[in-house]
Design a protein around this ligand. Structure first.
Ligand SMILES: Nc1ncnc2c1ncn2[C@@H]1O[C@H](COP(=O)(O)OP(=O)(O)OP(=O)(O)O)[C@@H](O)[C@H]1O
Ligand SMILES: O=C(O)C1=C[C@@H](O)[C@@H](O)[C@H](O)C1
Ligand SMILES: [Mg+2]
Length: 161
């Protein structure tokens, strides 16, 4: 399971890891969009609580699979998801504000549309939760994702504790 801030690299790294492990890749943001349309529109039309409830259903379904799963940045806020993650290897991806600034420029992500200040506030508030749930943490700020993926491969191939 991959968790972490918007722009940390969960989707990109998740795809690479799944390929290396030869298992499916599931991105809960993508499965939500496939069923309900754009996330930004869901936030606008129905509000964040509605989105979180749907996100929880998608996370619960995704965790049933033997797959690499990238969770949306805020999925860890759900109490049931926090409980579920205890049974999985959870990789936290971190990134510095400097590095993420380029990545989220012009972003459609609804909670970081107001720029880097909003991103920093969001990440600061969530960091205790991310760190509590993670079994391992990797910073993606200054390294190519391919290197990170290779480094993690051995860890991921180990049996789950
Ligand atoms: N290690 C890296 N080096 C350079 N660019 C990166 C790195 N990791 C991710 N990026 C870039 O940052 C952007 C965001 O990556 P990605 O979509 O994988 O993040 P995410 O964690 O899935 O974000 P979200 O929570 O919004 O889904 C992409 O444009 C990607 O190319
Ligand atoms: O950090 C968040 O709360 C979000 C991150 C994205 O992955 C999406 O799940 C959505 O835009 C909300
Ligand atoms: Mg993503």
């Amino acid at each position: 399971m991959l968790i972490g801030a918007p722009g940390a690299g969960k989707t990109r790294l998740g795809k690479r890891l799944a390929k290396l492990l030869d298992v499916p890749f599931i991105d809960t943001d993508k499965t939500i969009v496939a069923e309900h349309g754009a996330i930004a529109a869901m936030f606008e039309l129905h509000g964040e609580p509605h989105f979180r409830a749907i996100e929880r259903e998608h996370v619960a379904a995704a965790l049933q699979n033997k797959a690499v799963v990238a969770l949306g940045g805020g999925a860890v806020l759900d109490a049931d998801t926090q409980v579920d993650l205890a049974a999985h290897r959870v990789l936290l991806l971190t990134v510095t504000p400097e590095a993420v600034e380029k990545r989220i420029a012009g972003s459609k992500r609804p909670l970081v549309r107001d720029g880097l200040g909003a991103w920093v506030a969001l990440v600061e508030a969530r960091t205790p939760i991310y760190e509590r749930l993670a079994t391992r943490s990797v910073d993606t700020s200054n390294r190519p994702l391919d290197h990170i993926a290779t480094e993690l491969l051995g860890w991921l191939q180990e049996e789950r504790p």
